[in-house]
Design a protein around this ligand. Structure first.
Ligand code: URA
Length: 436
């Protein structure tokens, strides 16, 4: 095989074979392919596409460029992946709930990307929580807690690591072929038997339109199934944050509320329960999605999911009494400032991406790769679409390290809320499913 010939075919819009795509995907981790060739490949794919079969080849090649984990556990090995959103800590509830229902969840997660939050950044708000563990320790934690939310080691899908960095600087991130291969090469390297995808749509999603989100969901489902992992997807609403908080420690607080206080964080619970229901049914741990959803809901309301979460936190290096003392253990910001709206009315529209950006600027995300996260900062009490507010009703609360950052965030949050004189039609929380 030869990189130049494959790039030329792609540039001409010709079909590359599965074998060619697989070879390129695997070879991307080494010196056989130069940075210039990787950039030209990314641009040719972004402009001309590569077709469904070659997509499977690229994904499996990138998966096999590094370690592929395998397990010998007494239950199905399952996982969930979200395409990224704001105030979306579903993984922190779903992983332990699935574990409480008999599954094993080795969830390899990422850090914040752009305006979206990262699961690992949220968990590191818990003092002592260590995200990097080798395969042996991971196996031990999985047997102990049933779930382990960890970061990828450098040896998982190195081709994606390289191609992702090149895409970032060659304006080739927004390609469905490349996004599909990037997400799935890492997920499939975890040795999964089943996967459910939460594809976001709306103002806080990477793919804001329902049409683009549906196309991405279909691509992810087809390629994952084509690579031998049973997979389905839900398209869920990200036209407002899912939890009432966005940030790191503030989202862990929302998770602990959802796990321990009934009737709270309803939207967050609904998405969690539905995704879990789909996954349990797909893995034959429930007869159908409805029964699966009931099992996940019962695992949350009985406290079984909270107990698993506590076990995981301890096994990952966090406090042994986190479940009892989370409210005291999680860090709090110095400055807490309420945001009141510019005028009274109904919350008609939320620029969710702007809320995510304001969390990043508070220090809850990174502007450059080397930035250190401030886990205590963020937003809480975020008003819902359709809420009736007056000038004394806060639409959010800002948690900041200093008054200057707090005032800037107050202005940004205020500007992100559009108020109307009539209550807007509610949007569906779950738009549709793919492969269910
Ligand atoms: N997340 C990834 O891991 N890769 C992409 O290309 C986009 C989102």
């Amino acid at each position: 095989m030869e990189a130049r010939a494959i790039i030329a075919k792609l540039r001409a819009g010709a079909v590359v074979t599965v074998e060619e795509a697989r070879w390129f995907g695997e070879a991307l981790s080494g010196r056989v392919i130069t940075d210039a060739q990787a950039g030209a490949f990314a641009m040719a794919v972004a402009l001309k596409g590569m077709g469904p079969e070659a997509r499977v080849g690229l994904t499996t090649g990138m998966r096999d460029s590094g370690d592929v984990l395998s397990w010998d556990l007494p239950g199905p090995v399952l996982d969930k992946h979200s395409t990224g959103g704001v105030g979306d800590p579903v993984s922190l509830i779903l992983a332990p709930a699935l574990a409480a229902c008999g599954a094993y969840v080795p969830m390899i997660s990422g850090r914040g990307l752009g305006h979206t939050g990262g699961t690992l950044d949220k968990l590191e708000a818990i003092p002592g929580y260590i995200c990097e563990h080798g395969p042996k320790r991971l196996d031990h934690i999985l047997r102990e807690a049933g779930c382990a939310i960890v970061g990828a080691t450098g040896r998982v899908a190195p081709s994606d690591k390289r191609l992702y960095a090149i895409r970032d600087v060659t304006a080739t991130v927004e390609s469905i072929d490349l996004i599909t291969a990037s997400i799935l090469s890492k997920k499939l390297a975890a040795g999964l038997e089943g996967l459910v995808l939460d594809v976001k749509t709306g103002s806080g999603a990477f793919m804001p339109s329902l049409e683009a989100s549906t196309e991405l969901a279909q691509s992810l489902v087809d390629v994952a199934n084509g690579a031998g992992c049973r997979t389905s997807a839900l398209i869920t609403d990200m036209s407002q944050p899912l939890a009432s908080s966005a940030g790191n420690a503030v989202e862990v607080r929302a998770v602990m509320e959802a796990l321990t206080v009934s009737g709270t964080q309803k939207r967050l619970r609904e998405v969690t329960v539905t995704l879990g229901g789909v996954l349990l049914a797909q893995a034959d741990l429930a007869q159908d999605v409805q029964e699966g959803a009931e099992k996940i809901a019962a695992a949350i309301s009985s406290g079984a999911a909270a107990e698993r979460f506590g076990r995981m936190v301890t096994a990952m290096g966090g406090p042994a009494d986190f479940l009892e003392r989370w409210n005291n253990i999680l860090p709090e910001a110095n400055i807490i400032m309420e945001v009141t709206p510019a005028r009274p009315g109904f919350v008609a529209e939320i620029d969710t991406r702007a809320l995510g950006e304001s969390v990043v600027h508070l220090g809850g995300g990174r502007l450059v790769e080397s930035d250190r996260i401030d886990h205590a900062v963020g937003l809480s009490g975020i008003a819902r679409l359709g809420a009736k507010v007056d000038m004394k009703t806060p639409i959010a609360t800002v948690h900041a390290t200093n008054a200057t950052k707090a005032s800037r965030a107050v202005e940004a949050v205020r500007a992100a809320f559009k108020l109307g004189s009539t209550r807007p039609e509610p949007l569906p929380l779950i738009h549709s499913g793919v492969g269910i």
